[in-house]
Design a protein around this ligand. Structure first.
Ligand SMILES: [Zn+2]
Length: 137
């Protein structure tokens, strides 16, 4: 793998390859997902890529009715809401992502602490094609 910047662009490029990647601080060992070029714990810029296993637990959860453009194009909206949540990864960091396999109209059925696994959702055609991060039970 070439030298990719520790930023959101690289993060999405990796998602396009169906890989969930973070940056590990070479100085203090902190793991950042999405990757960060500067460690907020020790201010080191010495980072190394680390692939995550994709296992996690649901830490928080909400239903989205007012959707961003990309999700509108994917068919979501006021009449077809979707779920988003914070997933605590097995490696420690927490990340926000779409939660699949949950009923957005019955969020009370979704249990905090549910074990989740990463899913890579490809949306759009041609140059607009992009991979989105999601998790499913
Ligand atoms: Zn550090």
């Amino acid at each position: 793998m070439g030298e990719r910047g520790f930023d959101a662009t690289s993060f999405y490029e990796f998602l396009g390859e169906h890989r969930l990647m973070g940056s590990r601080c070479r100085s203090c060992g902190a793991l950042h997902v999405p990757p960060r070029p500067l460690c907020p714990a020790c201010y080191s810029q010495e980072m190394a890529w680390e692939q995550l296993g994709g296992e996690g637990k649901l830490a928080a959860f909400t239903t989205i009715y007012i959707v961003p453009t990309a999700m509108l194009e994917a068919g979501y909206g006021r009449d077809n809401p979707y779920c988003t949540g914070i997933v605590q990864l097995a490696e420690g960091p927490a990340i926000s992502a779409q939660i699949l396999g949950a009923d957005p109209r019955q969020p009370e059925q979704v249990q905090i602490g549910t074990s989740l696994r990463v899913a890579f959702v490809d949306r759009g055609e041609g140059e607009k094609r992009r991979t989105y991060l999601a998790f499913e039970p």
